[in-house]
Write a protein of this length. Structure first.
Lengths: 76, 706
């Protein structure tokens, strides 16, 4: 079990759980980041933070500290 | 008399970047009224839509991903859709982005649980192409009308009006629940439902909303304490409730909406552009170039227009003086009213231009990239990445910069940005610095240049420090765990109509609400420095002296001397004397005090006020040798020169830190909807300015400077 922030770029993984503060995890889940969804890091911002991620055909930006709250597993 | 029932209310809602505003503008043309939701600075746009069933009131609901709310501004979407405190709409048009139909439909599901009659506007079908779900199939799954649209080109607009008419004819809808709550959740919903206030709709959906939204950390207003207690008494783990509900909705969406999407949308164009614009080196270079254009156009390229406005108002004033006889009425109209209108109008070029750029950057999708690129730096000061453009604009003028904080969704981010932007070196401070540096630091251009650059550096440092300190010390600004989740939308061609509409709406709002305050303050300040219009006892009879003046030069000198004496004896002049004990520790005398009071109209007014104070006339600028000479020769009571380099430095520091600008305060009042924050802004900057300037002056004297 690892978190999104530890996965290499352009490597799709599967969300198993979202941790963190209630408002944050719910916002992400409502945007479709529910367990079972594929997610990948596309790019890191030039200054090292935040991340550009792709999930369900949309591109989002979240900070590394927040990506560390998204638990993922490799795609089967 | 019989009261006429209000026209039916139809809300337009949807995720951000789904073409909601474009649809609203396409439906209503130029008829929108822009106002504010009570208590929060979120724009509330309404317009009347003519239909075959008579006029319908259309309401633009702020873009959102969910109807659950934790903050006051998120609460608006729910309040205006569910009818909590606001009027409940008779139907809601949901903009569902055809390139992201599944996610956009989440909101529709929530609304249908609340029993709202929904209509789906399937937007961006041109961009989605084969990735768009079939409208008929989507309508069958969602159980409501689905109208495919390309709002920018007006495609589907007529059909959406037809759908609105049919929805209104159908009357109220039943709540649609597409998932079954677990026994524990059902029990909790029933218990919370019985605790809902009498004037709220007593539905399962509202009870569920309360269960998911109310806890120790929410910032919702208007929620009765009894309801909070009922929610707290339920005792279910909050995360478990969230998981159950959100997962259940997404399970339905994945089973019913996702299968309608045959292939993913083509995003190659956006990805190609992003490879350049978000590139480590190249992306930053382009970013700097774009920001340079924005900044230069505000700072420099509007200057001719602003000068033209200034000159035309100065000309009007002079002309009015020649038309009207000398006296209070002529002075009031020319120096009070016309000058006041002028002081509002000078802001227009920068406001229009800044909102033009913001609209353009926002609409094409680049503003989200600005936040992405700058977040790392802005985060260090507990500011949002989107605060970058307002902060940068602050170097031109704080007024448009404060108006630009609207591009941030959270009240807290907006407030913090508004409170630090006035510390940036705005262009009105430049003439003051130029005068002081030119008069008191004569000598090498290197020293002068270094001082000017130093003042800029100083303002960056103070603004950033203030952001860090305020966000730690002031409770409503505290940086809690504020998640940074932003969407990087596909690049799209901005619609000229939408950009111009927004630019005009916001400028009109500035004129209407802040402009009137600025005008009133200018007149009040004029009166303060004008009345009682008496010379102090024992003054020579200037009128006789002026009559007898041998040369035109002597005549002007006497006139200037009279104006100076009048100003010194005005209420403002007396106020300057009264505050002398307070400003003396900073090295200032009462004459500077009068200048500081006059500068409240606008910082550059300091110069003309000083011109009158030193009897060289009000017609001076920062390069006038007469004023520079007068400052160099000014003495203190004990005969020592007043304007030493140390005092000059202190004056510049004071102007850098003090909130010497009523227009800034008027705009903050307008944007925060009350006097609390402008008063706080004025207080903290004044205290900061006094403490730092006093420390520099007293420290400088201890070190042997005079």
């Amino acid at each position: 079990m690892s978190t999104l922030v530890e996965t290499p770029r352009k490597t799709p993984v599967i969300i198993t759980a979202v941790d963190g503060a209630r408002s944050f995890r719910r916002r992400l889940m409502e945007m479709g980041l529910v367990p079972g969804t594929a997610i990948q890091i596309i790019e890191v911002a030039p200054l090292g933070d935040p991340l550009e991620i792709e999930v369900r055909t949309s591109r989002l930006s979240i900070r590394k500290a927040e990506a560390a709250q998204i638990r993922v597993e490799p795609r089967r | 008399m019989q009261s006429v029932p209000p026209p039916p209310l139809v809300a337009v809602a949807g995720n951000p970047n789904t073409g909601k505003t474009t649809l609203f503008n396409a439906l209503t043309g130029a008829r929108a009224k822009v106002g504010n939701y009570p208590g929060v600075t979120v724009e509330r746009r309404t317009a009347t839509l003519p239909t075959s069933r008579g006029p319908v009131e259309l309401l633009d609901v702020p873009g959102c991903y969910s109807l659950l709310a934790r903050t006051g501004e998120e609460q608006i979407a729910l309040a205006s859709l569910a009818g909590l405190g606001e009027r409940r709409p008779d139907a809601v048009v949901f903009c569902v982005d055809a390139t992201q139909a599944t996610r956009s439909s989440y909101l529709v599901l929530q609304a249908q649980e609340l029993g709202l009659r929904a209509i789906v506007a399937l937007t961006m079908v041109d961009e989605a192409g084969g990735a768009a779900p079939d409208a008929k199939q989507l309508a069958a799954e969602l159980g409501c009308e689905v109208v495919p649209m390309v709002a920018k080109r007006g495609v589907g607009v007529k059909e959406i009006v037809g759908a609105i008419e049919r929805a209104l004819a159908a009357g109220p809808a039943e709540a649609v629940q597409r998932w079954t709550p677990s026994p524990a959740l059902a029990d909790a919903i029933a218990r919370v439902k019985s605790a809902l206030p009498a004037d709220w709709p007593e539905t399962d959906a509202i009870a569920l909303w309360a269960l998911m939204s109310l806890d120790a950390e929410d910032e919702l207003v208007g929620v009765p304490e009894s309801l909070r207690r009922a929610v707290a008494a339920v005792g279910l783990a909050p995360n478990a409730v969230d998981d159950e509900v959100v997962h259940a909705r997404w399970k339905w969406l994945d089973a019913h909406v996702q299968p309608l999407i045959k292939r993913p949308p083509d995003r190659t164009r956006t990805q190609r552009v992003d490879r350049i614009l978000l590139h480590r080196a190249g992306g930053f270079a382009i970013f700097v170039a774009i920001m340079f254009v924005v900044f230069m156009s505000l700072f420099a390229w509007t200057a001719p227009v602003i000068d033209a406005i200034d000159h035309s108002f100065a000309w009007s004033r002079a002309h009015l003086h020649t038309l009207l006889p000398d006296g209070i009425i002529g002075d009031f109209l020319a120096d009070g009213v016309i000058a006041g209108v002028g002081s509002v109008m000078v802001f227009l070029p920068q406001i229009l231009l800044l909102f033009f750029f913001i609209g353009l950057l926002e609409d094409c999708g680049y503003m989200a990239r600005v936040a992405f690129l700058m977040d790392r730096i802005m985060k260090a000061m507990n500011l949002h990445g989107r605060a970058f453009v307002p902060m940068l604009s602050g170097y031109a003028c704080a007024v448009p910069a404060i108006l630009a904080t609207r591009t941030m969704e959270r009240q807290r981010d907006r407030l913090l940005t508004m409170l630090v932007v006035p510390l940036m070196t705005c262009s009105a401070r430049l003439p003051v610095y130029t005068l002081i540096i030119g008069a008191l630091f004569a000598g090498s251009h290197w020293t002068q240049g270094f001082l000017m650059v130093g003042m800029y550096g100083f303002s960056v440092l103070t603004a950033l420090t203030a952001a860090v300190v305020l966000s730690r010390v002031v409770k409503p600004l505290r940086a809690k765990r504020l998640p940074f989740v932003i969407e990087l939308p596909p690049y799209r061609l901005p619609s000229g109509r939408d950009v111009l509409r927004q630019m005009w709406d916001r400028t009109a709002m500035f004129l209407r609400e802040a402009g009137t305050v600025i005008l009133g303050c200018t007149i009040a300040l004029w009166a303060l420095l004008y009345f009682p219009r008496e010379l102090p006892a024992g003054s020579p009879d200037y009128d006789v002296l002026i009559q007898k003046a041998p040369t035109p030069e002597a005549r002007t000198a006497l006139e200037n001397e009279k104006a100076g004496a009048m100003l010194a004896n005005s209420y403002g002049g007396r106020l300057g004397r009264a505050i002398e004990p307070a400003i003396a520790p900073m090295g200032f005398d009462w004459k500077i005090g009068v200048g500081v009071i006059g500068a409240f109209a606008a910082r550059e007014v300091f110069i003309s006020t000083m011109g009158v104070v030193y009897s060289v006339g009000s017609d001076v600028d920062e390069d006038s040798p007469g004023l520079r000479q007068a400052m160099k020769t000014a003495k203190r009571a004990d005969g020592k020169p007043l304007y030493t380099p140390l005092v000059g430095l202190c004056l510049m520091i004071f102007f850098a830190l003090a909130c010497q600008c009523m227009s800034t305060l008027a705009v903050v009042k307008r944007e925060t909807g009350g006097y609390k924050w402008p008063l706080f802004l004025f207080a903290y900057m004044t205290v900061l300015a006094w403490v730092v300037t006093t420390a520099v002056y007293q420290g400088g004297r201890l070190l042997g400077f005079s």
